[in-house]
Design a protein. Sequence first.
Length: 223
Amino acid sequence: MRINTKDGTKVDLPSVGMQTATSNDDGTATLVIDLNAPLEATVFELANEKYLAASAICDGTDEAVIAISKNALSSLPEDASVSDKAHALRSAVNAFIVEKNMSTAFGSASQTARSKEGDCSEHAVLLCGVLRAALIPSRGVMGMVYIQNYGGPNGVFGWHMWSQALIDNKWVDLDATLHTPFSVGHIATLTSSLSDEDFGAEMGGIIATIGNLEVEIVDDEKE
């Protein structure tokens, strides 16, 4: 994918998870989404306790969140890998949120663990919460996703949120809104520890940033 901005400013997107971003001389950026090659976490990220800590939005120590996590892992063998656990938790959150709607304004993990409803943000935050309850470091990702058959025959890219789990020192993208773990139709613009001190500031300019991006699909996109 090639990304440019509507106002002509230079595109600045991160290389995170399964996304590699390369800046071009003309100010655009080329993105490659490789589902088989998640990127290594940095030394700082590996030592960052925020990815396991409870916060107001991602309260992985809440009893209802812990119950979902334990129930999802109960059928796995004791020697299950971190990857197997993370994928089981993603599937569990997808099944747990039975009302897929936008009636909640960014509900916390504990709220969603009781209401069983929400949109992409509730799926992402609850997944981060149950991952942390299972002692798997996690973070939220904000960006865009391709929505097929919406806004015309070619579809559109719209705002989206999903999760990343730290598995074998790599950030693995997981989207709990899907029936498959992830897809190449995602563009990450920001990652968040979902901590109380960082989350509000990180959310501040995200919508304006996403609204300024234009996406072109190019032939060398990897799957």
